[in-house]
Design a protein around this ligand. Structure first.
Ligand code: 57M
Length: 359
């Protein structure tokens, strides 16, 4: 909005020229989202507590979690609100990709909200059934895939990390591929969200990493120099990533150990979905396995644990899945698990950045 309202004024007052720059708008989008979370946080926590939207803690979980009972949840509303407002304020709203990402963010936010609402407000022991939740996620992701596929400026070739000369065009298959990336990331972030700040920390790291990739992929000269797929218009996604990183930092202020608020599905599902959409649009889809490697490790720990559990009639690989529970049960203090997982996430982000040169 500022871009549309203020940039045209540069013809009379040159200082408004600054609103054309993606870097400038990214910085302010981050700060806007951060400050919205920061200032609205205490109010949201109070409102959720007044409405008794507090977390129910499963009895079969690590014992240390019982003291978390009643912590306000559904804090994702705050994250999504600040990301969306900041994006609307700072991006070029004629940009097609921004609307695709907002579609996924808001759509997945609604799915997560319904799930949380049924559990927390209606006090149903289960929210949406797993199958219905997945179905809604898939429908929305297919919608995004079809829109991208039909958009004339968007190519259906994918980037294979480390192999700059190989970029296969998968045509219609791109819709299927987009769906897997978006739905998979959404659920992987959801599984990771089980300790204070454990999910939002890597979300900030991943958003900051894709901030770089979006800028580079949307800048024809830098993209050509680094020999990566150029995506015209995807530079604006840098601003969305900035807003997500900013909102994440603002939320972490309250979600850090010992958490005053949890994000709930209304946070984890849309954040994961949005990251998946960003990876698709910036044409760094497969690289997300490395950038968001922590989410992948957590999801794999569940897949292996459940698979092994079923195959062996109740034997386990880990003390408990997802993986963070395993380390908790081994006796690591919660902050130790969280910070060590963040360190791994930073390492993976650095490695993934190296692919810009290692090609
Ligand atoms: C949601 N939700 C947290 C909070 C958060 C298939 C199976 C592995 C699925 C998995 C599962 O349901 N995962 C998805 C994980 C929950 O957090 C709420 O949920 C939101 C995210 N959707 O925002 O609202 C609990 O996590 C803790 N928490 C924090 N700090 C935070 O900032 O401490 C969350 C955020 C909260 C709080 O305690 O209540 C969750 O863990 O439930 N299921 C599991 O993760 C379960 N694992 C399991 O059953 N493993 C089995 C195998 C065979 C599948 C095994 O290994 O034996 C565990 N979850 C829990 N207890 N709570 C098991 C025991």
């Amino acid at each position: 909005m500022f871009y549309h309202l203020l940039y045209p004024l540069h013809k009379t007052i040159s200082v408004f020229n600054v609103f054309q720059y993606i870097t400038f708008r990214t910085i302010y989008a981050s700060l806007t989202a951060l400050l919205i979370c920061f200032f609205l946080g205490p109010w949201v926590i109070k409102k959720l507590s007044d409405k008794q939207i507090g977390q129910y803690i499963r009895e079969d979980g690590p014992k240390a979690h019982s003291k978390k009972a009643g912590t306000p949840t559904m804090g994702g509303v705050l994250i999504i609100f600040s990301v969306v407002i900041s994006t609307l304020l700072w991006t070029d709203l004629s940009n097609f990709y921004i609307w695709i990402i907002l579609l996924i963010t808001i759509g997945y936010g609604v799915i997560g909200f319904i799930d949380d609402y049924l559990m927390q407000v209606k006090k149903r022991s289960k929210g949406l059934s797993g199958r219905n939740k997945l179905l809604m996620q898939v429908i929305l992701a297919i919608g995004a895939g079809v829109l991208l596929f039909s958009y004339s400026g968007f190519s259906t070739s994918i980037t294979i990390p480390f192999f700059k000369k190989i970029s296969p065009d998968i045509g219609w298959g791109y819709i299927f591929f987009t769906t897997i990336v978006i739905v998979g990331t959404s659920n992987a972030v959801n599984l990771t969200d089980g300790l204070d700040g454990l999910a939002i920390g890597p979300v900030i790291i991943v958003a900051a990493t894709y901030m770089v990739f979006a800028y580079v992929a949307g800048h024809i000269r830098i993209a050509n120099y680094l020999q990566i797929n150029y995506v015209s218009g995807c530079g604006e996604i840098t601003i969305f990533c900035g807003a997500l990183a900013g909102a994440g930092l603002g939320f972490l202020w309250f979600n850090t150990y010992p958490a005053q608020i949890f994000m709930g599905d209304v946070g984890s599902l849309p954040i994961g979905g949005a990251i998946g959409a960003v990876a698709v649009i910036t044409k760094q889809e497969i690289l997300l396995v490395l950038v968001g490697g922590l989410f992948v490790i957590e999801a794999l720990s569940v897949i292996f644990q459940v698979g092994f559990f079923k195959m062996t009639n109740g034997r386990r690989i880990f003390k408990m899945a997802p993986l963070h529970h395993h380390f908790e049960l081994k006796g690591w203090a919660e902050p130790k698990v969280i910070v060590r997982f963040w360190i791994i996430s930073i390492m993976l982000a650095l490695l993934s950045m190296s692919t810009l040169k290692l090609r």
